[in-house]
Ligand binder design. Structure first.
Ligand code: ZN
Length: 234
């Protein structure tokens, strides 16, 4: 089937934004690669960054293993991702290595800089990766492919045009979200948010919009050479 590459900012963003969709992709036989660009090392009140980087790599691996996904880290730390050539080239290398059939990333209007930078870098890198004379560490090119934007944090100013029914995968999606134990604590301390409840309610809400019990919503990046007559989302 397809190779799907999710490039998101932090280790737990995949479960929140598109965990059910990726599980459904895996279920139909896709190769699923989940990449987080930033280590998540700032996401705690008590645990210090170096230790948290290690903890969160373990949490991401545990969750990814549960879904049968390949999990990779882009090599950046939190609040240290900018739209530089160096950062773009690193994303180009990821895209070239995986050579996906479609990409999922953050919406360009998401809530903080790691997310918005990820979105822009993916948009730029997905094009650059197709150019044979654009030199980076990884040789060879990737295909020009569709990009889907996952919903913004809490869906603010985000109107999905694509829905994926994730009802049969909801339990596993929540189980995977629970692997990010450090974030269950952080979101409670920093934002007063129940992480698991939030993931559950946003999928329930998107489900109401499309007649499913639970769903995830996306928009498609609408530029030349990125549209297709095929349905890539499961
Ligand atoms: Zn994030």
């Amino acid at each position: 089937m397809y190779t799907v590459l999710a490039i998101l900012a932090h280790p737990d963003d995949m479960e929140i934004a598109c965990g059910g969709t990726l599980l459904k992709c895996k279920g139909r036989g896709d190769r699923v690669v989940s990449c987080y660009l930033c280590s998540g090392n700032m996401g705690h009140v008590v645990v210090m960054p170096d230790e948290l980087r290690r903890i969160r790599a373990g949490e991401a691996k545990k969750s990814g293993d549960m879904g049968g996904f390949e999990v990779i880290w882009g090599g950046f730390d939190d609040l240290d991702l900018y739209e530089t050539k160096e950062a773009r080239d690193r994303v180009v290398d990821i895209v070239r290595r995986v050579n996906p059939d479609f990409i999922i990333t953050h919406a360009p209007n998401d809530y903080m800089s790691d997310h918005t930078a990820t979105s822009k870098l993916v948009f730029d890198a997905a094009f650059s990766a197709t150019c044979p004379h654009y030199e980076t560490e990884v040789e060879g090119t990737a295909k020009m492919v569709p990009i889907f934007y996952a919903e913004t944090s809490n869906g603010i100013d985000f109107n999905p045009t694509e829905y994926v029914d994730v009802t049969p995968f909801m339990e596993k999606k929540l189980e995977m979200a629970r692997c990010h134990a450090s974030q269950v604590q952080w979101l409670l301390d920093h934002d007063g948010v129940d992480f698991i409840e939030q993931v559950c309610i946003s999928s329930k809400y998107r489900g109401y919009q499309c007649g499913a019990t639970y769903a995830e919503g996306f928009t498609q990046c609408r530029t030349d050479m990125r549209l297709s007559t095929k349905r890539y989302l499961p």
